[in-house]
Design a protein. Structure first.
Length: 345
């Protein structure tokens, strides 16, 4: 047993330090990025925010909306080949959708069937709760050999050593985050995790040293957190709860006292396991929870709010583009982020 004494930080532990800027307006900030990926050598352009592959978020109607804003979506693992076919003819989707799979034989066979019929999709998201296994690294290598020109996203991990291993195994983009999500209970059930800001900083450093990229997955509660993820070195930021609660995500609408709600639950929750796998296996427990989210206004409005916040962050620190944000970032450690006299935002 050992204890790491160095303090690790979450998004709520810091604020950006403002700096002099020559920007005249938020509208002058360029949020577009251009990446060439390490293994696939594929070129991607867009705004590097990704809808998480969770029920109610990683859905086809969400993807259609996000792609119009040049954002990406990681579809859930459960979309069947016919559902995928409904968007295949729209060429704009090949750069803005990641097809998700797990490491099980059935999940991999489903992915292979989809890509055999619809080969133009460019992104594969290999998604497991715990990326710290030899089996996972071997699986990433297997997928890389089969699909040398696809851009592979793999995760989740939170440390530099495992980030490097996944990159060397064939991942172009490593997904970073264990336990920070709004409906994730992994830290409660297992006592395992890593403060998200520090995880992003350390994993970004490791990936960039090898010419690869990372996604900051989870932990964002507001547009300022999204900006902090980019400021910490993330190439992409993945959002779940912040994009949940819209009609495009589907799900049953519950009305109570004239107010409409939509259920949202974690991918490792009892609800998700019941829906997709026939219930929790008797050797495991739920690592997610179900909540009711008040139904939000248009998804367009939510996206504009997030992008507007990130643009403002850039102007406060003097970054003319999202690419420059991490170079202009100085974080200040704080005990309190904002005045909540009249309640939380």
């Amino acid at each position: 047993m050992r204890i790491e004494e160095e303090i690790k930080l979450d998004y709520s532990d810091v604020l950006f330090r403002p700096k002099r800027s020559t920007l005249k307006s938020r509208k002058d900030v360029d949020l577009n990025r251009k990446y060439t990926f390490k293994h696939s050598r594929s070129l991607w352009k867009g705004i590097p925010i990704i809808a998480s592959n969770m029920d109610g978020v990683g859905e086809i109607d969400v993807a259609k909306k996000l792609t119009s804003h040049k954002l990406m979506t990681a579809l859930t693992k459960q979309h069947d080949i016919n559902q995928i076919g409904t968007i295949y003819k729209k060429n704009t989707f090949f750069d803005s959708i990641a097809l998700s799979c797990g490491t099980s034989k059935d999940s991999y066979n489903r992915l292979n069937s989809i890509l055999k019929k619809y080969p133009k999709f460019k992104f594969i998201c290999i998604d497991v709760a715990n990326g710290y296994s030899e089996n996972f690294s071997n699986f990433v290598s297997e997928v890389r050999k089969k699909y040398p020109k696809k851009t592979i996203i793999a995760g989740n991990v939170v440390t530099a050593d495992m980030t490097q291993e996944l990159v060397l195994s064939g991942a172009d983009i490593v997904k970073v985050g264990i336990g920070p999500g709004s409906v994730c209970t992994t830290r409660i059930q297992t006592g395992v995790g890593y403060p998200q800001l520090s995880a992003v900083m350390e994993c970004a450093d490791a990936a960039h040293g090898l010419g690869a990229h990372i996604i900051a997955d989870g932990g964002c509660t507001c547009p300022g957190d999204v900006a902090k993820g980019f400021g910490a070195g993330a190439d992409f930021v993945m959002l779940g709860g912040m994009l949940a609660g819209h009609k495009e995500g589907g799900g049953d609408i519950i009305e109570e006292k004239g107010i409409k709600y939509i259920e949202f639950y974690g991918s490792s929750s009892e609800e998700a396991n019941e829906k997709h796998y026939g219930g929790l296996a008797n050797y495991r427990s739920s690592e997610g929870k179900k909540v009711k989210i008040r139904m939000k206004n248009s998804l367009d409005s939510t996206i504009r709010d997030i992008l507007g916040g990130v643009r403002s962050s850039c102007t406060y620190v003097g970054a003319a583009s999202l690419k420059q944000l991490s170079k202009c970032t100085t974080f200040v450690r704080v005990n309190n982020q904002y005045n909540d006299t009249f309640g939380k935002v």
